[in-house]
Design a protein around this ligand. Structure first.
Ligand SMILES: *Cc1c(COP(=O)(O)O)cnc(C)c1O
Length: 392
C-alpha cells in the first residue's frame, strides 16, 4: 500500500470532523501584539506567562554570549561526549539551588524529560498511576516504559487511593501535571503526597505551567501550596513556557539525577541543547526569580478576566492560573468562535479532541504579564460581541 492510499482517507476524515490542524505562521517576535497569518492580533494563546520570550535582559545576555569566544552556537555532541558546556552545568546548579533540590538535569525538551524519567525509573511489573488529564508527554512516557499504566479520573483522590491499594507487586509511581495544561487547575499535592507516602509510591510532578507563574520566586505548585517534595519526588520543569527560552529540567535527589545520567536513553543519545540557550536560560532564571511585579500583574489580569467573562455568562473552569479555558462543547463551535475572534484581532486557539475529551472543545485563553489591562478589556468586549453574533 502506498503512503497516499493509507493517509489520504485519514486526512479527509480529519477535515470532515473539523479537526484538521494548521500551523499559524508568525512574522513578529513572540509577544502580546503580533502578526500571525498576515493578521495583526493580540495573542492570547502562548505559554509566555511572564512575557519573557522577548525580554530585553535575556536578549542582552544572548548578544553578549555571541561575542564570547568561549561559547559556540552548536554544542557539537551529547552531554556524555563533549557537549556538556560550563553554562549547562551552571544552569543545572542554579536551578537546583532555586528549588532547594540536590540536583537538576537539563533536557532539550519537556517531552524527552518525561520519556526519560518513566523509562528509566519504572521497570517491568511496576505500575504508573496517572491523572486522566495529564499532558500527552507524560502519557507517552508511561507507554514507552515497561510498567503498567493505570489512569484515574481527573483529581479524583478516592479513585487514586483505590488504584494504589490494588498495586500488590512492584513499585508504584503517581504522575501528575502540577498545573493542568488545558484546564489550568492544580493537583492537590498535599493529598497526593500523603497517599504516595502511605503506599511507598514515588511521585512525579510535571510543573511545566507552574514554574515561573506560581509561588515565591516562581517556585511553582509545591511552593504555592506550602508542600515540601520528599526524596522520592521527581520534579519536571520546562524552559519554553514562563522562562521564555526552550528546554527542560528534572530536579530531585542526587541518586535520581545520577541514575538518569547513567541509564536514560533520551538523555544519553541526543545532542546537548545549544550552550547559548543554556546561557539565555540562566538569564531567564534570574528574571523569573525577580519577577514578583510580573506575577502580581498576571494575578490582576486573571481576576479581571474571570470577573468579566462570568458577567458575560461564559462557561469557565475552576482555574486560578493564567490558563483560562472557555468551554464551548463541539469542535465546530470552538472553531467558529476562534475564527470570529481572529477577525476582530484576537488570537485564541480552539483546542479540540484528541487534546481534550470529546464534547469539551474550548477556547484556551492564556494570560500573560506581557498583556495590559486594556488588552483584557478589549478581549472581553470582543467575546461579548462574538457571543451575540453567534447566538443570533
Ligand atoms: C509543554 C509541556 C511539556 C512539553 O515540554 P516541551 O519542552 O515543550 O517539550 C510537558 N509537560 C507539560 C505539562 C507541558 O505543558
Amino acid at each position: 500500500m502506498s503512503i497516499e492510499s493509507r493517509f489520504n482517507p485519514l486526512l479527509q476524515q480529519r477535515t470532515a470532523q473539523h479537526l484538521y490542524r494548521q500551523r499559524p505562521l508568525t512574522f513578529t517576535a513572540q509577544q502580546a501584539e503580533m502578526q500571525i497569518n498576515g493578521l495583526s492580533v493580540i495573542n492570547f494563546s502562548s505559554n509566555d506567562y511572564l512575557g519573557l520570550a522577548n525580554d530585553a535582559a535575556i536578549r542582552e545576555a544572548v548578544m553578549q554570549g555571541l561575542q564570547d569566544k568561549t561559547l559556540s552556537y552548536g554544542s557539537g555532541a551529547a552531554h556524555l561526549v563533549t557537549g556538556h558546556h560550563l553554562h549547562h552545568h551552571l544552569l543545572e546548579d542554579e536551578l537546583a539551588d532555586w528549588l532547594g533540590c540536590e540536583r537538576a538535569l537539563l533536557f532539550s525538551t519537556g517531552y524527552m524529560a518525561n520519556l526519560a524519567v518513566q523509562q528509566t525509573l519504572m521497570q517491568k511489573g511496576d505500575t504508573i498511576l496517572a491523572d486522566k488529564l495529564n499532558h500527552a508527554s507524560l502519557i507517552d512516557g508511561a507507554l514507552h516504559s515497561e510498567a503498567d499504566l493505570k489512569r484515574y479520573p481527573h483529581l479524583d483522590m478516592a479513585a487514586l487511593e483505590r488504584r494504589l491499594t490494588q498495586v500488590n507487586h512492584g513499585q508504584a509511581m503517581i504522575t501528575t501535571d502540577g498545573v493542568f495544561s488545558m484546564d489550568g487547575d492544580m493537583a492537590p499535592l498535599s493529598n497526593i503526597l500523603n497517599l504516595a507516602e502511605s503506599q511507598q509510591a514515588w511521585l512525579m510532578v510535571d510543573d511545566a505551567h507552574g514554574f515561573g507563574m506560581l509561588g515565591k520566586q516562581g517556585k511553582g505548585c509545591f511552593d504555592v501550596q506550602g508542600v515540601k517534595p520528599t526524596a522520592d519526588t521527581i520534579l519536571i520543569g520546562t524552559l519554553g513556557k514562563a522562562f521564555g527560552t526552550s528546554g527542560a529540567f528534572v530536579a530531585g535527589s542526587q541518586t535520581l539525577i545520577e541514575s538518569l545520567i547513567q541509564f536514560a536513553r533520551p538523555y544519553i543519545y541526543t545532542t546537548a541543547m545549544s550552550p547559548l540557550n543554556a546561557l539565555a536560560s540562566r538569564a531567564a532564571l534570574k528574571r523569573v526569580i525577580e519577577a514578583e511585579p510580573e506575577r502580581a500583574r498576571l494575578q490582576q489580569h486573571i481576576q479581571q478576566f474571570r470577573q468579566g467573562a462570568q458577567a458575560l455568562g461564559l462557561q469557565l473552569w475552576e482555574s486560578q492560573t493564567a490558563i483560562q479555558p472557555i468551554i464551548l462543547g463541539s469542535s465546530e463551535t470552538a472553531i467558529e468562535w476562534s475564527d470570529a475572534l481572529k477577525q476582530k484581532g484576537f488570537w485564541i486557539t480552539a483546542i479540540r479532541p484528541p487534546t481534550v475529551p470529546v464534547g469539551q472543545a474550548r477556547l484556551r485563553v492564556t494570560l500573560s504579564a506581557g498583556h495590559t489591562s486594556e488588552h483584557i478589556e478589549t478581549l472581553l468586549d470582543a467575546l461579548n460581541a462574538v457571543q451575540t453574533e453567534i447566538q443570533s
